[in-house]
Design a binder for this molecule. Sequence first.
Ligand code: FAD
Length: 489
Amino acid sequence: MPASPPAHHAVPHVAVWLRQDLRAADNTALLAACADPRTRVTALYAITPGQWQQHDVAGVRIDFELRQLACLRDELAALNIPLCLLEADDYAALVPVLARWADAHGVTTLHANRQYEINEQARDRAVASALQAQDIDTHWHEDLCIVPPGRVLTGDRRFYTVFTPFRRNWQQQLDDHGTRPRGLPAQREAMAYGVSASPLPERIAGYPSHVDAGVARALWPAGEAHAHDRLAGFITEAGGDYDRRRDLPAIDGTSTLSPYLAAGVLSARQCLHAARRQLAHARDARGLDTWIGELCWRDFYKHILVGFPHVCRHQAFKRETDAIAWRHDDALFRAWCEGRTGYPVVDAAMRQLLETGWMHNRLRMISAMFLSKDLFIDWRLGERHFMRHLIDGDLSANNGGWQWSASTGNDAAPYFRVFNPTLQGRKFDPDGEFIRRFLPALAGLDARRVHEPHAKQVDALLDYPLPVVDHGEARLHAIAAFRALAPAG
Ligand code: FAD
C-alpha cells in the first residue's frame, strides 16, 4: 500500500502571487517560494476587471493571459503546485480578498515579483501591511528586468535620463546581477493540499477582445514551450540580420516576443542568455548586439518609471511640454484610430494594430509621431488607444515610446525632426508590400503610387481618403508650438 501523503495542516503553506511573470521557469518568486522542500506551495493569480479597465488593459491581452494561465496551470500541476484564482473588481477590493484567502488557508509566507508602476506599488504596500497584521511574511523579489531599477545609476547616484550612458553602465553590470536564467523549481511532494486548482474562465464578462479569436490564437499561441521556440527561431534565423532588417515591417525581421515578455511568459534574462550564447560563436555580432540593446531599452524605461514616477500619471517627462495647447478634434482622432488619415503607411499601421493586437516598432514611431505632430493631438490619447489595443501593452515601454515620439520625453526625438510619413513609407516599405497587406483598397497600386495614391490627381474611383492634413504645413505648426515653449525653471 502506498504511504499516505502528509496532512496539509501540519506543513507550512507558502503562496506565490503571479502577476507579470506567468511562467514556471526562471521565475524568481516561484523559486524562492519553493526553496524549502518541506512546505506546500500554492500559486495565485488575481482577476481584477475593474482595475484592468481603469488601466486600459486590452481585451486581446487578457485573452492571451487566460490562455497562458491554462498552460501554466498544467506546468505547475506537474510540479504539484495548484494555481488558484482570486477575484475582486479592483486593487482596493483585492487586498481584503487576498488577506482572507491567506488566513483561511493558513498561509505563512507570500512571495511575488516586484512591479514598478505606482498603482501596483501602492497595492503591494497595502497587501504587505494587511498580511503583516496576520503575521504573514511577504517577500518582494526583483525579477522583471535584467538589471533591476535603481541599480543603473550615474556617478552621483541619480537615474539616467539619456540612453547611451545608461546602456554602457547596464552592459558593465550584466554579470553582477544574476542575469543567468534559472530553471524550474523541483517537483514537490504530492500532498493532500487543502487547496485545489481553480477552474479557469475562457473569457472575462464585459471584457471582449477586439482581435478575432482565431487570429489571436494563430499569431500568439500561449505556452512557455512556444515562447522558447519563437525565441530560438529568432536568434538563429533573424537575429544576425536584426540591425539591417528590424525597420522593415513587411518581413519578420524582429522577434515578435513582446507579448511574451510583457506577460512574463519569457524572462528578459532568458532572452539575453539565448542571444549571448549565439553571439559566442557568431561571426558578426552587430545584429544580436543591437537586439540586446532593445532589451536594454526595456530596462531603461522601467528605470524611468521608478526614477520619475510622474510619468506613471501620464504627465510629460519634460514638464514644460504640458503647456502645449493640443488640438481637440474628435473626427481627426477617430480617422487616426481607424486608419483613415490618407497617409498609407500610417493607416496600414493602425489597421495592423486593430487586426492583430500588435504593431511593428517602426510603425509605432511613425503613427505616434503623426498623431502628436501632424495632427497635433495630445499624445496621451494615442498612448491610451495603444494600451487598449496592444497585446503587449506595457506602461513603461508604451509611455516611453509615446513621449519619445511626441518629443515630451527624456532622450526623445528632437521636436524639429518630424517624420515625413510618405518618405518613411517609401524608405521602410519600398515595394508597398506591407501597405497592400493591410489596405486592400490600395492592392492594385504599384510601388510608387501606393505611398501617395492621390498625388497626381484625386482618383475618385479609389476607395481611399485624401490626406486629412498637409504634412508640410502641419510640421511647421508643430515646430513653432514647441519652439514657443519656455523651458521649465
Ligand atoms: P524586438 O525588436 O524583437 O525587441 C525585443 C524586445 O525588446 C521586445 O519584445 C520588447 O520587450 C523590447 N523592446 C524593443 N524595443 C523597445 C522599446 N523601444 N522600448 C522598450 N522595450 C523595447 N513595447 C512594449 O513591449 N509594449 C508597449 O506597450 C510598447 N508601446 C510602444 C509605443 C510606442 C509609441 C513605441 C514607439 C514603442 C512601443 N514599444 C512597446 C516598443 C516596441 O515598439 C515594441 O517592444 C516592439 O515593437 C515589439 O516587437 P518585438 O517583440 O518584435 O521587438
